[in-house]
Design a protein around this ligand. Structure first.
Ligand code: ATP
Ligand code: MG
Length: 357
């Protein structure tokens, strides 16, 4: 019997609604498999907690999370709490303290769905973006001067370290090797950003020499964004800095059907601390409380979590079950053109798992 532990932060808005389905799915997995168990602990850290306690999580929040194998997050954010609080006081400390330097985001068109790029089929849209998750453009360094004068200015520093670039690039090559992929595309902009990006390119080129069986391409971010739409079939593994990866993955999510379907993993590949899995969407205040949020992004994130824990067969079973429901086409939430509820979608996926498991 294998025992795993997961800290669960349902969060705000639709977060708890989609997480309910995620947790039911975990129970189903344990029932089907028999040889695996999940001990979960629900942590009520969200914007309501902030309003009551003046902080997003307890002082010893990170220490509480540390012993768990993995963390599952629903969504964080509320209209009346500024993003810089909800993000900077909960999500970023977790990502940074636990060295989750990889943000892994599959861009894959699921069977049963059509891409808004209608002429693109399923084989065309199946790649993964590896976003650097700890440094780069989101550095919190810089400042503003001369407020109220015609000379007012703002400076924001980018921070790129050899250590940080090497580890994300190496992870990307290793991922390509492990998944039998042939091509690695690195996002750059060394023609315009003339210190940090040439440094990034240099390191990509250096490491590429260790992986000669992989075809390496450095592509400027502007052209790369266009290619995501015009030639998505050209990509296997795309590695990008924090900001570039952030933008590319939202674009990729849109190309495969929208935010309700897009999963992610914040991964510490060395497993020295827990990794965190979460849908990339936010708390979606516009549909919160209505029971119509799509739980697929969360359930797919759980599939990635199982991959990370070494349970690849189970991860695959989940993804196949999601596709099974979509191919049948009877149950769809409104964001993908149906009328089903969050619960109905979750139930349909669990039913498919029983059928296949
Ligand atoms: P936040 O500030 O928390 O990021 P947001 O409103 O800026 O919230 P999202 O929550 O990501 O951003 O939502 C963007 C849009 O996508 C909204 O219209 C929302 O309804 C829709 N959306 C997001 N997630 C889902 C989902 N799981 N199912 C259906 N629609 C969703
Ligand atoms: Mg948002």
């Amino acid at each position: 019997m294998k025992h795993f532990s997961a800290a669960v932060i349902p969060g705000d808005g639709i977060g708890p609604e989609v997480m309910d389905e995620g947790l039911s799915l975990l129970e189903t997995i344990c029932e089907i498999h028999g040889g695996i168990s999940f001990q979960t602990e629900i942590l009520p850290w969200n914007c309501r907690y902030y309003q009551e306690h003046g902080r997003m999580m307890p002082v010893d929040g990170l220490e509480k999370l540390q012993p768990f194998d993995v963390i599952l997050l629903g969504a964080i954010g509320a209209p009346d709490v500024p993003d810089h609080i909800s993000v900077w006081e909960l999500i970023l400390p977790i990502r940074r303290s636990f060295h989750q330097y990889v943000n892994l985001r599959p861009i894959k068109l699921l069977r049963g769905l059509e891409s808004p790029l209608r002429y693109k089929g399923h084989a065309d849209l199946d790649f993964v973006v590896v976003r650097e998750n700890t440094e780069g453009e989101y550095s919190n360094m810089g400042g503003r001067l001369h407020a109220g004068t015609p000379y007012e200015l703002a400076v924001q520093n980018n921070v790129f370290t050899r250590f940080g670039i090497e580890r994300i690039v190496r992870f990307s090559y290793e991922l390509a090797m492990a998944t039998g992929k042939r091509r690695l595309t690195a996002a750059t902009k060394s023609n315009g950003i003339n210190h940090s990006m040439p440094f990034w390119d240099e390191i990509v080129n250096e490491i590429s020499q260790e992986y000669l069986e992989i075809q390496t391409q450095l592509t400027h971010i502007d052209a790369l964004a266009a290619f995501f739409i015009s030639r998505p079939e050209n990509f296997d593994v795309v590695v990008a800095s924090n900001l570039f990866g952030d933008i590319l993955t939202d674009l990729g999510a849109a190309a495969v059907g929208g935010l309700g379907l897009a999963p992610s993993g914040n991964i510490n590949p060395d497993k020295t601390y827990p990794s965190m899995f979460e849908p990339i969407h936010g708390s979606a205040p516009d549909i919160a409380g209505k029971g119509i949020a799509n739980p697929i992004a969360t359930i797919w994130s759980i599939s990635m979590m199982l991959d990370h824990l070494g349970e690849r067969e189970l991860g695959k079973l989940i993804l196949e079950s999601i596709e099974g429901v979509l191919v049948e086409g009877k149950i769809r939430t409104p964001d993908i053109g149906g009328r089903a509820t969050t619960r109905e979608m979750g139930e349909a996926i669990r039913e498919q798992m029983y059928r296949r498991g």
